[in-house]
Design a binder for this molecule. Structure first.
Ligand SMILES: Cc1cc2nc3c(=O)[nH]c(=O)nc-3n(C[C@H](O)[C@H](O)[C@H](O)COP(=O)(O)OP(=O)(O)OC[C@H]3O[C@@H](n4cnc5c(N)ncnc54)[C@H](O)[C@@H]3O)c2cc1C
Ligand code: SF4
Length: 340
């Protein structure tokens, strides 16, 4: 059994995967999670693209794998000091831990769609976010859908992403394929519904994503309209009226929908930045934590004993997050063995 203390900040997929690997390597990591459950954002999702794997399968498997770790739930890290090569991690429950290595796995936040007032989130009843829709897929409860006959649904891409006015010019990377995933799930629930995706460009970079898009059109009849939504308003019967320009046909589009879903983007979790900056870590132009080297060493902070994994350094998919967490666990092990 290795005796060194390793503190992992964040019990999402990144933190849990790293904890699982460290347990296999003979360590007993200390996992600190500020919410009351493990799994991070993935615990909120229903099925994962592109294979439609139930998200709970991944979360539950990891939860079993990390059960031997020291886990603090509903616990925040107040600050971390570094003295020589030892980190002193102060938790808000009064516990102070001396650690030889720290892994930051604090993930991302979802853009607050209410900031894009023009789309009507929080103003019009029948407007929801991608997160709300995932919750409904999982729980079956949402007043916007309960007992309603859903015949027409729209998805708006790039909400709070690639949008300088919203303070974020970066592409969130996962929301084009998430929109396709959600559109397919809606179509499976409401086979007679008509579904439109309003996009600027489709960014489908990952393995099997293009097939997913082709299937969405061919097998599910989902319509893809290239053009920004210019106006959203509420009809007298409570449905939402969406106006856009189809830039491929050059024609304006106006549809009245039973539901409009806003694809809020992944943005940085800025709440970790003061702790990171006190340890000498910078942030990138997109606000995410800066790795030592984005090509060959994304899990290294460049500070001795301090590592990163997952969406704290940028938008990531689940497979990318898991692969990084494996790499981070191995790097921590090598660091503790060699002291370098
Ligand atoms: C709508 C949507 C759908 C998605 N669907 C898919 C999909 O189908 N397939 C796929 O591959 N990817 C999907 N993703 C991406 C996926 O959610 C991310 O890859 C994954 O959540 C990254 O995991 P993480 O552990 O790095 O971060 P997170 O999931 O954000 O977890 C971070 C954890 O750290 C905790 N935390 C934060 N700060 C602190 C702190 N200071 N102290 C203690 N704990 C802290 C948080 O509470 C959270 O539990 C989707 C993303 C979005 C937005
Ligand atoms: S992944 Fe698609 S929806 Fe998301 S920001 Fe990039 S282009 Fe927009």
């Amino acid at each position: 059994m290795n005796k060194e203390n390793i503190v992992i900040l964040g019990g999402g997929i990144a933190g849990m995967t790293a904890a699982s690997k460290l347990l296999q390597l003979g360590y007993t990591p200390i996992l600190v999670e500020e919410s009351d459950h493990l799994g991070g954002h993935v615990a909120e999702w229903h099925k994962l693209f592109p294979d439609m794997t139930p998200a709970q399968e991944i979360v539950q498997r990891l939860a079993e794998e990390v059960s031997a770790a020291n886990i603090f739930l509903s616990t925040r890290v107040l600050f971390i000091n570094r003295l020589n090569d030892i980190y002193i991690v102060m938790l808000d429950n009064g516990v102070s831990i001396q650690a030889q290595a720290v892994l930051i796995a604090t993930g991302f936040q979802l853009f607050d769609a209410a900031k894009k007032e023009e789309y009507g989130y929080g103003i019009y009843n029948q407007v929801m976010t991608n997160r709300d829709l995932e919750r409904w897929f999982t729980t079956g409860e949402d007043p916007r859908l309960d007992g309603r006959d859903i015949r027409k649904v729209g998805f708006v891409h790039c909400v709070g992403s690639r949008d300088i006015k919203a303070g974020n010019s970066q592409c969130s990377k996962v929301c084009c394929v998430t929109a396709i995933k959600q559109a397919i799930e809606m179509k499976e629930k409401y086979p007679d519904a008509q579904i439109w995706c309003f996009y600027m460009d489709l960014r489908l970079f990952g393995k099997k994503y293009e097939d997913f898009y082709i299937n969405a059109q061919r097998d599910y009849g989902i319509h893809f309209i290239r053009g920004r939504v210019s106006e959203v308003s509420e009809a007298i019967d409570g449905r939402v009226i969406v106006k856009a320009e189809d830039t491929l046909s050059g024609k304006p589009v106006k549809v009245t929908l039973d539901l409009l879903v806003l694809m809020s983007g992944m943005i940085c979790n800025a709440r970790i930045n003061p702790i990171a900056s006190s340890l000498g870590v910078d942030v990138d132009s997109d606000g995410f934590l800066r790795s030592k080297d984005n090509i060959s060493n994304i899990v290294s902070s460049g500070r001795k004993g301090l590592f990163f994994a997952g969406a704290c350094t940028g938008t990531k998919t689940v497979p990318e997050t898991i692969a990084e967490a494996h790499a981070a666990a191995l790097d921590i092990h090598l660091y503790l063995q060699s002291g370098k």
